[in-house]
Design a protein around this ligand. Structure first.
Ligand SMILES: C[S@@+](CC[C@H](N)C(=O)[O-])C[C@H]1O[C@@H](n2cnc3c(N)ncnc32)[C@H](O)[C@@H]1O
Length: 410
């Protein structure tokens, strides 16, 4: 008997796009018919011609530009985060939309599908070559009506304001006054906001001069650039230990003292918090209450080979630091029922203050675990700088504003 040996036909770009949106629908990244239709319509592969269609429609972001040090400065964001932020933005036909961070132009094309011909999309990018690439992609894919502006999105794009929606697709350290001034009454801003080392895509609406969140989503973004930008630090602890500390908010880090801490024996503190092994929603926010600075501890293979205590994830873990000691989250298997993988969370600390810091982090893990489902009630409020304080888990003072992260119900 013959075996069916029909050659396998590689899936077409259209087929890959349908599969991408089906997957996003499946896990809830795409929730509404309008975002679904937009993402089914826009040929994403035409915006990233340097990679294969399989890669273009895969789950990861596609880096398109790097700086002279090899650091990624522009990309097409992963489809999951694109979908989540489009859902947060709630664009309607006829809306005027400003996007800050044109990148490849892909998201601007999705926005153009959502606004329809009666609306208008303006997108701005700080990189000249990036702007040229976005224009090219939008033209090839048939979205010539999108305005692509070269400039610093910190200033918005005043000449085409007001906007019903503003979306920022790079990590913003602050919310500058221009975004408030250029938003139409009843408008909405969606921005990946960096708060004490934690980044979330926050959808915000104005109530007088206070921005109040209407939704908060997990996300990761490259930081905004430009004269007003606050840089993230990415420092390797000496001597080439393979342990990097990634710090936001411009707080000082004594890498020599933290490098010396690595020579000390680690302190472990198990929290007793046993949880299913799945995303640990907002745990990094709770760490920001440990009266130490929040950071990411990035662990390279040479540090693992040298015997560093295994962090939570393959890349490393959320953690925090003081002038001479750092701590990060760890896990160990715990008994579970019904095949669900369970882990106990804990803290590992290196440094002279290791006992205290590890204990504090374990306390914060317990506090996070105790709050349970109420974590969904987390809110962000952004008040003008110099405003009075609020009862908040996190208060972050920025150049133009005071950001509060509040855990109690509104
Ligand atoms: C993750 S990419 C944007 C992805 C894009 N929305 C897309 O669909 O391809 C971030 C972009 O923000 C841009 N950017 C960074 N700082 C900026 C600023 N101050 N003003 C405008 N654009 C900025 C970067 O040049 C980069 O292209």
């Amino acid at each position: 008997m013959g075996i069916d040996t029909a050659p396998s036909i590689p899936p077409s770009a259209d087929g890959l796009r349908e599969a991408m949106v089906d997957t996003l629908r499946g896990w809830g990244g795409v929730r509404t018919a309008s975002v679904e239709a937009a993402m089914r319509a826009v040929p994403r592969h035409l915006f990233v011609p340097e990679v294969s269609p399989e890669r273009a429609y895969g789950p990861e972001s596609v880096v398109t530009f790097r700086d002279e040090d090899g650091i990624a400065i522009s990309s097409a964001s992963g489809p999951g985060v694109v979908a989540a932020m489009l859902e947060q933005l709630e664009v309607r036909p006829g809306h005027r939309v400003l996007e800050i961070g044109a990148g490849t132009g892909y998201n601007a094309a999705c926005l153009a599908e959502l606004t329809g011909p009666s609306g208008r999309v303006t997108t701005v990018d700080i990189g000249g070559e990036i702007v040229a690439g976005a224009r090219r992609g939008l033209a090839v894919a048939g979205y010539e009506d999108v305005r692509v502006v070269h400039g610093d999105g910190t200033d918005g794009v005043p000449e085409h304001a007001p906007y019903d929606r503003i979306i920022v697709t790079a990590g913003a350290w602050d919310v500058p006054p221009s975004w408030r001034e250029q938003l139409a009454p009843g408008g909405r801003l969606v921005v990946p906001l960096r708060m004490r080392g934690v980044t979330r895509a926050v959808a915000l609406e104005l109530d007088g001069d206070v921005w109040r969140s209407v939704s908060i989503e997990e996300c990761g973004f490259m930081p905004m650039r430009g004269p007003d930008a606050v840089e993230e630090l990415n420092l390797e602890l000496p001597p080439e230990s393979g342990v990097r500390i990634r710090v936001d908010d411009g707080r000082p880090v004594d890498v020599t003292a933290l490098g010396a801490a690595l020579a000390m024996p680690p302190v472990l503190a198990w929290s007793g918090a046993v949880v299913p092994w799945k995303p640990l929603v907002h745990l990094d926010f709770w760490l920001a209450g440990a009266s130490a600075e929040v950071c990411r501890i990035i662990v390279l293979s040479r540090a693992r080979e040298a015997g560093l205590v295994e962090p939570l994830y393959s890349w490393g873990s959320m953690g925090c630091y003081t002038p001479d000691t750092f701590s990060y989250l760890i896990r160990r298997p715990a008994p579970g029922e019904g095949g669900q993988e369970m882990v106990e969370l804990g803290a590992c600390a290196y440094g002279p203050d290791g006992d205290r810091l590890a204990a504090r982090v374990a306390d914060r893990i317990r506090a996070w675990d105790h709050v349970g489902d109420a974590r969904a009630g987390l809110r962000v409020e952004i008040h003008p700088e110099g405003s009075a304080g609020l009862r908040a888990m996190i208060t972050a003072d920025k150049r133009h504003s005071r950001v509060f992260v509040i855990t109690e119900p509104a």
